[in-house]
Design a protein around this ligand. Structure first.
Ligand SMILES: [Zn+2]
Length: 291
C-alpha cells in the first residue's frame, strides 16, 4: 500500500522502531528491497535522490508506485535531499508521497523559510516533508555527494533549535546530525553516535526523527538509535556494496550476458543486507500495525 511519510512514521514513533529508507535507483534494487521487506512484513521507504531520479528517469517512479500498490506492506516514495523548491515540485508531480528539502547548509532563517514554503505546497496535496537541521558529514567521495560537510566538520543539531525549527516550518520529520556521515567510512575513522544528544532532542521534539548516513555504522549504535527515538534510517551503500560485489563475482564468467542469469544471485545478497537492517531497526513484523 502506498503511503506518505507522515503516516508511515507516526506508527514507528508510537511503537519505537525505525523504518528503513533504501536508496533505490534500479529495478533490480527495487525488486530486492520490496521482496525482502514483504518477507519481513516491514514497512519501507523507497528513497530516490535527485541524481538517481535524473538517471532512472521519471518512468521509474511509476514502476515504484505500481509496486507500492501491489505490496502488502506500507511503502512510501520519498525524494532524498531535494535541493530546491523546483526539484520538490517536480517530484510531487511525478507521484512521490514524501519529499526532503535539504537547506541545512544555509543559515537557520533561510532553512526555515524554504522548508515552510515547501510544507505549504506539499501538505496541500498530502505529500509529507522532511527537513534537516545540522550537517551530516561525507565520509567518502564514491557517492558523488554534492552536499554535506567533511566528516570532521559535522555541526551537531541543537535540541532547542530543532524544536524552534519544527514550530516555524511545520515539517513532518526532521533529519538530525548526531555524528553519522554519508558513505562508507575510511579505515582510520570510527563513527561515533551521540545517543546522549539524540535523547535530549527527543525530549524537546515530538515529530519523527531521521538519521542519514546509516551505512557502515556499528550495528549496536544503529539499534540504539532506533530504540531512543530515530524513526527513519537512510541506507544506501550497505545494500549497494554487497549487490555489486556479487555482480563482479558473477561476471567473472565471461560468457554470461542475460540479466535474468546475472542478477538473481545479486538480488539475494542484497536481500540479506535488507533483512539485517530491518532486524536492527526493530521494523520486522510491524506492517500489521498499519491496518
Ligand atoms: Zn542523506
Amino acid at each position: 500500500m502506498l503511503m506518505n511519510l507522515k503516516d508511515v512514521l507516526a506508527v514507528a514513533n508510537e511503537h519505537g522502531f525505525a523504518v528503513p529508507a533504501f536508496n533505490t535507483s534500479s529495478n533490480m534494487i527495487l525488486t530486492g528491497v520490496i521482496e525482502a521487506c514483504e518477507e519481513k512484513k516491514a514497512p519501507v521507504i523507497i528513497a530516490i535522490h535527485p541524481d538517481e531520479l535524473h538517471f532512472v528517469k521519471k518512468s521509474f517512479v511509476k514502476a515504484v508506485i505500481e509496486e507500492a500498490y501491489q505490496a502488502k506492506i506500507p511503502v512510501c516514495i520519498h525524494l532524498d535531499h531535494g535541493a530546491s523548491f523546483e526539484q520538490v515540485m517536480e517530484a510531487i508531480q511525478c507521484g512521490f508521497t514524501s519529499v526532503m528539502i535539504d537547506a541545512s547548509s544555509r543559515p537557520f532563517e533561510e532553512n526555515v523559510a524554504i522548508c515552510k514554503k515547501v510544507c505549504e505546497a506539499a501538505h496541500a496535496v498530502n505529500v509529507s516533508v522532511e527537513g534537516e537541521l545540522g550537517t551530516i558529514g561525507v565520509a567518502d567521495s564514491q557517492g558523488g555527494w554534492t552536499y554535506g560537510a567533511p566528516a570532521d566538520q559535522i555541526i551537531y543539531t541543537d535540541p532547542d533549535n530543532a524544536a524552534d525549527f519544527i514550530a516555524k516550518t511545520g515539517v513532518d520529520a526532521l533529519a538530525i546530525a548526531i555524528g553519522t556521515s554519508h558513505g562508507i567510512y575510511p579505515k582510520d575513522m570510527e563513527p561515533k553516535l551521540r545517543i546522549d544528544l539524540l535523547k535530549k532532542i527527543k525530549e524537546k521534539v515530538k515529530i519523527p526523527l531521521v538519521l542519514h548516513g546509516g551505512s557502515a555504522n556499528l550495528d549496536n549504535e544503529m539499534a540504539e538509535a532506533a530504540e531512543y527515538g530515530i524513526n527513519k534510517i537512510n541506507i544506501s551503500s550497505d545494500i549497494k556494496d554487497p549487490f555489486y560485489q556479487k555482480c563482479r563475482e558473477v561476471l567473472q564468467d565471461k560468457g554470461i550476458r542475460e540479466p535474468n542469469q546475472i542478477y538473481p544471485s545479486c538480488i539475494e545478497v542484497l536481500k540479506e543486507a535488507v533483512y539485517h537492517k530491518i532486524d536492527l531497526f526493530r521494523a520486522s513484523d510491524k506492517a500489521k500495525l498499519y491496518r
